[in-house]
Each structure stands twice: as C-alpha cells, then as structure tokens.
Design a protein around this ligand. Sequence first.
Ligand code: ASP
Ligand code: MG
Length: 441
Amino acid sequence: MKVLKFGGTSVGSADKIKNVAKIINDDEEKIVVLSAMSGTTNKLEEIATLFLNGKKEEAVVQIELLKKNYYQVVKELFKSDEYQIKGQELIKQHFDNLLSFTKDVFTRYEERAVLAQGELLSTALLQFYLEEQKIKSTIIPALNFMRIDKSLEPDEYYIRENLKRELAQYPNIKLFITQGYICRNAFGEIDNLKRGGSDFTASLIGAELGADEIQIWTDIDGFHNNDPRFVEKTFPIHELSFDEAAELAYFGAKILHPSSVLPAKNKNIPVRLKNTMQPDAPGTLITENEVEEEGEIKAVAAKDGITAVKIKSGRMLLAYGFLRRVFEVFERYKTPIDMITTSEIAVSVTIDNPQYLPEIKKELESYASVEIDRNQSIICVVGNLIAEGKGIALKVINALEDIPLRMISYGGSKHNISVLINAEDKIKALNELNNKLFKFD
Ligand code: ASP
Ligand code: MG
C-alpha cells in the first residue's frame, strides 16, 4: 500500500485533475490524499474573515465568484450529461452550505467548517471523474478517521483504528481517495491540521498503516539545493535523510510541511517527492539512510520573518538556572525558539511568531536587558555530518564574508549550520552560498 498526496497546484484545474487520475490509475493498492484546488483555501480564509467581521454582503460576493470557478471546472471535467449534472449538484450543495452561514452567528467553529470545503470539493470532483472513467475507487472521509487530541496533536490510536475500519468496508477496492488537511478535534468538531497540513495527513496515514511509501506530488521535482525563487541555477537533490529533510522543510523549503517528516521517520517509511508535470523524473527520496559522503553539503534554505531577542544580564555570570528562567517565559507564551547562541553574560534566541513578544519582553526585563531585532532571516545549510567534518564551517563563513552575521549556530545537530542575517541580505547570501558551496557541471 502506498500513500500519494497531491497538492493544490496538482489539482488546480480540470486538466490537472485528469492528469492525477492518469497517475493513480494502475493496479497498485493506494490511498490518494488531496489538497484543495490551488487558491481555494486562501479564498475560504478570506470569506471566513469577512463573516467574522460581520461583512456578510462582501462574503456573499466572494462566495459567488468562487462558485463560478467551480462550475467552470465541472464544465471542463466531465464528458457525460449525467456527470455534468452530478457535478453541478455537488457544487450547488457545497456553496449553498457556505451561503447558509449568512444566517448564523459566525464563530471560529463555523470558520473551520468553511475552511474544510476546499478538500471536500476536490476529492468529490476527483471521485466523480474516476467514476465517469469507470475506474473503481471510493472516498474514505477524513472526518471519519483523522483526529487531533486536546493538545492539538494527532490522536494516533484513534486514527489507526478508524482508518482500518474505513478500509475494511471495501475489501474489493484498491484505490481510496481522502481529504488532506481536515480532521476532527477532541470535541468531535471539524478542525484542521493548519495551513499546508495535507502533507501531514499523508504522512500520518502512511505511518499508521505502515505503508510501503509516502509520495508527495507537487509542481516541482523535489527538494532543490537552493531556493529557485531567488537563485538562478539550482538542481534537485535525489536523496536526503529524514533529519536533513526535517531541517530543510522547517527552514523555509516550502515543498514539504515540516510536521510531516516525523511520523514517517518514526515508522521508517520512505517519503518520495514527485513532480506531477514530470511524473518520470526521480524527484527526492527521503529515507533513514545517510548514504552520501560525510561532510557533503546538500542544500541551503532560508526562513524569513525571524525576530532575534538578545537577553543580557550580569546575573547570568556563573549562575545556574538562568536559562531555565528565560525559556520558561517563552514556554508560558507558547512561543517556539528556533536558534540559540549564548555567551557568559548574554543569550540570543530567535522566534518566528512575535505575537506575544511585548509580554515576553516585559517579563524578561524584570531581570535582564532585552534587545529586539526584527526582519531577520535564518539561512540554513544542510548536509550529512557537515557540523563535524573539517573545514566546512569555514567554507560557509567564507562564502558569506561580505554579509554581516548576527548569530551563528554550529553543532546543534550534525546536519545543520545556521546563520542569522538581516532579511535584506538574504538573496545575496543564498547566491553567494550557491556559487561557493556547489559544483555545477
Ligand atoms: N488546502 C490547505 C492549504 O492550502 C492544506 C494544504 O494544501 O496542504 O493550506
Ligand atoms: Mg503544501
């Protein structure tokens, strides 16, 4: 059994949906996880925000516009009158549901129901298309098995048991379709795994079923050695370890949701990144193996929107417990820390969510002086044992000789060297690293 996840751009038009049907139509047993058609979740977020702000008429205008797009998709997708009608009914039903929110009080609960429509629509459209093509398949609704607990973590036991029960209902079917992203929460309400969460869905399903492979299909041929949006010459990386992929996914390479690495890693299930536009290209294979040479630099990624917080106190000198007090403040405000550097009298940390920064600063200032630098970027260099090998840090620092470095993090993991720089130097840094760390034939 394989799990194949197709992202929003891979199901972004009638033609693309047809293309997905082609890719999944063989005799292998598989579960296909779909995102919403590209742009839909953003639109639904916009609509929900309008509702939350009481702007019902504007919400209705946006709903009608989106509905039109979907009618167009139906028109292009189905050949027969029968499925044209089925498709139109489907669209009408989902959009009537959206329009019905004009009558209710609109809370965060309704918001999550609105956000769920995208994946419900894309999967229903694919299923109808497969039926029209006489390809045997069925939908297993994610809302029947995907669930998060009270701490918003996946409820693995629930997922496994319910998924198995769903599948057992269809002993003669090999092709299953389900929704990414959406789930139920501990109260049984409709919820979601956060933006980009369809990868996480695929990984959880793969892990719970002990799948042979989890495939993430997008519109680019795997992880690249650098960010193609900012650097001209990049190339796909064919193999990565789970640890390397986790670092890259977290530090900015948008192709894979960072949470999705862990379930696969825990159960040692290979993850393959594939390109729907070039299904035969090898893409990137992520496994436990660290087969490459030691000390090989594999990729560079950047994460924007970083805030650095420098906490300085004479009391830190020769004191124990100081770091604990600092970290407890971040913990109380549920603010994750990414990078850390320390000296004897100061510690600098970075965060990417500044929501509670004023409160955090105020608490820290009761025993330390606090300096804040906004608009920073983390540049992350990833490779096998690069933070152990000889001379590799030197290469990285040399490549960045013209760029002011605010923090350097080396040795936290064997696979990563990170530096913090001003966001305005990011593109230059990515290009310098590309020119000086990689060989191009
Ligand atoms: N449709 C959701 C989003 O746009 C989930 C996903 O695509 O992974 O964030
Ligand atoms: Mg995605």
